[in-house]
Design a protein around this ligand. Structure first.
Ligand code: DC
Length: 222
């Protein structure tokens, strides 16, 4: 079974996907973390996104994996745990520009499809239902108002000790939404077969129940 969860930045996709993965006992993959890891590598190695030769060479040197650490999945870049670093504002403000690059997308999409060969999977991102797994058994498109999303992201960053402010978070989020939904290659779109979930006024538990009920009532095996 493949479950695709797409939606805007900071709309709670990852939280929902992790909760579903735990409930159903399937693998969770955070595709955004993969774009963030590539972005971190580009920043640390001064890879210019204008120079596609440099981008291709860098991509050939990047290995991304997920490993469980203290009960949660951490992103590893070339053998190093980068889970904290990829969530930093520095990476957040550059990732959308990196994610528009065709070589980056082709490499990561291939990797994402490989991950689904190993068993049932739930993956969240922007193009999972529209491009990575167009025949996914379940597709959900998650949204919430930009203001609510910015408030949630601010709390998340603060809880990790990252100093920022509401206006900065809101501006970054709108900037990313704009790039993610207007890029030429694999833009964020809601496909006709995706189920829309606006969680602006839903608690984590309410949203989980709503989505789990849909999956359990429609899954061909369960
Ligand atoms: O979900 P996130 O905020 O961690 O994603 C970070 C960025 O990666 C986001 O701005 C767009 C990009 N992304 C993408 O283009 N395609 C995906 N499948 C997932 C993320």
């Amino acid at each position: 079974m493949v479950i695709a969860i797409d939606g805007y930045s900071s709309c709670g996709k990852s939280t929902l996907a992790k909760d579903i993965a735990r409930e159903l006992g399937i693998t969770y993959v955070d595709s955004g973390a993969m774009y963030r890891a590539v972005t971190l590598y580009f920043i640390n190695h001064d890879v210019s996104i204008e120079n596609l030769d440099m981008v291709n060479i860098a991509l050939s040197k990047i290995a991304i994996e997920f490993h469980a650490v203290d009960g949660s999945l951490h992103t590893y870049l070339n053998g190093h745990d980068v889970e904290q670093e990829i969530r930093s504002p520095k990476v957040a403000s550059n990732v959308s520009e990196v994610a528009v690059l065709a070589p980056v997308r082709h490499r990561l999409v291939a990797l994402q499809r490989e991950m689904a060969n190993k068993g049932s999977i739930i993956m969240d991102g922007r193009d999972i239902g529209s491009n990575v797994f167009p025949t996914a058994e379940f597709k959900f498109f998650i949204t919430a108002t930009p203001e609510i999303r910015a408030q949630r992201r601010l709390l998340e960053l603060e809880s990790k000790g990252i100093t920022t402010n509401y206006q900065e978070v809101l501006a970054n989020l709108k900037h990313r939404d704009q790039i993610d939904s207007t890029r030429t290659l694999h833009p964020l779109i809601k496909t006709d077969d995706a189920i829309l979930v606006d969680n602006s006024n839903l608690s984590r538990q309410q949203q989980l129940k709503l989505v789990l009920d849909i999956i359990r009532n429609n899954h061909s095996v369960n």
